[in-house]
Design a protein around this ligand. Structure first.
Ligand SMILES: Nc1ncnc2c1ncn2[C@@H]1O[C@H](COP(=O)(O)OP(=O)(O)O)[C@@H](O)[C@H]1O
Ligand SMILES: Nc1ccn([C@@H]2O[C@H](COP(=O)(O)O)[C@@H](O)[C@H]2O)c(=O)n1
Ligand SMILES: [Mg+2]
Length: 480
């Protein structure tokens, strides 16, 4: 155990200069051990902020929804960027005929400037964002707003989904969907009270520009949204769900910054879909096994990417030289009985003829973990070990299993712990006790409940995978 280096890592991650966009933990990694030659490590070094786009018609409640999200994320680093800030300044000629100017057309915005500001923010640089004045139609009457890089950037505006380059920046797209009559009523109140305009000009602008632009440019972008929020800020359920999702993402970022040896495989909607199925209590055993196997295969493949390799040149059938790599040969798997056995097939499918040992840890409550059985390859000390257990909860079983491997002579840095779901408590426990082992997982959950079970989690993995849970027994024989 090398606890001072862990403390160094935690300290490094909380210094004032630390930015969520850079894997500053990379420096900490060097303090723990020299960089190895595995590819997956270099891929995951650069961490980007989580970008949320919020679009919708004028006065739909976009700003209100963003304010609610930011308020609920009060303890997190979140910044709001308004598309309004990037309105072009009007020329003298345009100012004279301002009632003929279309503020709802995509050309009214300086999208190039918006893109360059977002690019800087995403790469960890502070930017000065103009303050737009709706009364003078100018963006340079006030000092610019200094926006610092953060873990979450919310980009809000009527047309933020219009330009594909802007859309591509977004990890999550929200469309605030509010009835046209509500939007018009709110707009009349806002523009007369806040912008000092008369009701006649508000209605003129609405029928001439606002409504046609909504139909032509804003509504067609609704299809890009991942989430549509009906009724805007009145929809507390939707806002709560969004905040929960962002918190999960931020939690993952924070843990990965503290522990550079923790690797969360990059999420996709396929992966989210598989998690949705295996976590659903209504999923049948057959589907559970099918989707758990798919996820396990992904985690195993990712884990193998962390093994060292040697360069190898071969000759192709065209007599050309191909410079590739040779797999690491001295490998073995170790499954934690019983759930970990579900991961053995995927490992065998990837590594022909791999030896797989077993460890049985008896769980009494959650303090009394006891090692009661082990069968490991004799030469395990000379092998890289892939430790298999689908759930990392408290971390107690994992610590028992890893301690045994270390007692058998396996160097800590030769152990890769593969799992599907990790609780932050387990990650802290394992990574603090064994700072040199690597953890590869597919999702980090919120935490543990009072029974030390992972939440939201997915129940008892072994029971669901091997069909020994009560519901399933009843499904086989209703008399039971
Ligand atoms: N749920 C709501 N109930 C009542 N008024 C609202 C609600 N949401 C927004 N408003 C008001 O409507 C106006 C427009 O809301 P805003 O959030 O600024 O919309 P947007 O940013 O989409 O233009 C504001 O004056 C705001 O106070
Ligand atoms: N000088 C301006 C600039 C914009 N508008 C209107 O604002 C709307 C967009 O702002 P939201 O907060 O509602 O998204 C848009 O409909 C423009 O017509 C304006 O009236 N004057
Ligand atoms: Mg707004």
């Amino acid at each position: 155990m090398d606890s001072p280096s862990v403390l160094d890592m935690i300290e490094a991650s909380s210094r004032a200069h630390f930015s969520g966009f850079h894997m500053d933990g990379l420096q900490a990694r060097h303090a723990v051990e020299p960089p190895t030659t595995s590819m997956a490590e270099s891929e995951s070094m650069h961490m980007q902020p989580f970008v949320i786009g919020v679009a919708g018609g004028a006065a739909a409640g976009k700003t209100t929804v963003c304010d609610m999200i930011i308020q609920q994320l009060h303890d997190q680093r979140v910044v709001l960027v308004n598309q309004d800030s990037f309105y072009h300044n009007l020329t003298e000629e345009e100012l004279k005929r301002v009632h003929e100017y279309n503020f709802d057309h995509p050309d009214a915005f300086d999208t190039e400037k918006l893109l360059s500001s977002m690019d800087k923010l995403r790469h960890g640089q502070a930017v000065d964002i103009p303050n737009y004045d709706f009364k003078s139609y100018k963006n340079n009457v006030f000092p610019a707003r200094r926006v610092n890089p953060s873990d979450v950037i919310i980009l809000e505006g009527i047309l933020v989904f219009h330009d594909p380059r802007v859309r591509e920046l977004m990890n999550m797209k929200i469309f605030v969907d509010t009835d046209a009559d509500v939007r018009l009523a709110r707009r009349i109140r806002r523009d007369t009270v806040e912008k000092g305009r008369d009701i006649g000009s508000v209605l003129d602008q609405y029928s001439k520009f606002v409504k046609p632009a909504f139909d032509d440019f804003i509504l067609p972008t609704k299809k890009y949204a991942d989430i549509i929020i009906p009724r805007g800020g009145d929809n507390h359920v939707a806002v709560d769900l969004i905040v929960q999702h962002i918190r999960t993402k931020l939690g993952q970022h924070d843990l990965c910054k503290i522990y550079p040896n923790l690797y969360v495989i990059q999420t996709t909607f396929q992966i989210r879909g598989m998690h949705t199925l295996i976590r659903d209590s209504q999923t049948t055993k057959h589907d559970f096994v099918f989707y758990a196997d798919r996820l396990i295969r992904l985690v195993v493949e990712h884990g193998l990417g962390h093994l060292p390799f040697t360069e190898k040149q071969i000759i192709t059938p065209t007599d050309s030289v191909y410079t590739g790599v040779d797999f690491c040969k001295r490998l073995c798997g170790v499954s934690v009985i019983r759930s970990g056995e579900s991961m053995e097939n995927a490992l065998r499918a990837c590594c022909k003829g791999i030896k797989i040992g077993k460890i049985l840890i008896h769980r009494e409550g959650d303090n009394g973990q006891q090692l009661i059985y082990e069968k490991l390859p004799k030469d395990i000390a000379e092998r890289h070990v892939l430790l298999l257990d689908p759930i990392l909860g408290t971390g107690n079983s994992a610590v028992q299993a890893i301690s045994l491997l270390i007692r058998k002579g396996v160097p800590e840095s030769n152990i890769i712990f593969l799992n599907l779901i990790s609780a932050p408590q387990g990650v802290h426990m394992v990574c603090k006790t064994f700072p040199r082992i690597k953890i590869v997982t597919s999702e980090i959950d919120i935490g543990l409940n009072e029974d030390f079970r992972v939440i939201p989690g997915m129940g008892e993995f072994g029971d669901r995978y091997f069909g020994t849970d009560e519901d399933d027994q009843q499904a086989v024989d209703p008399a039971l």
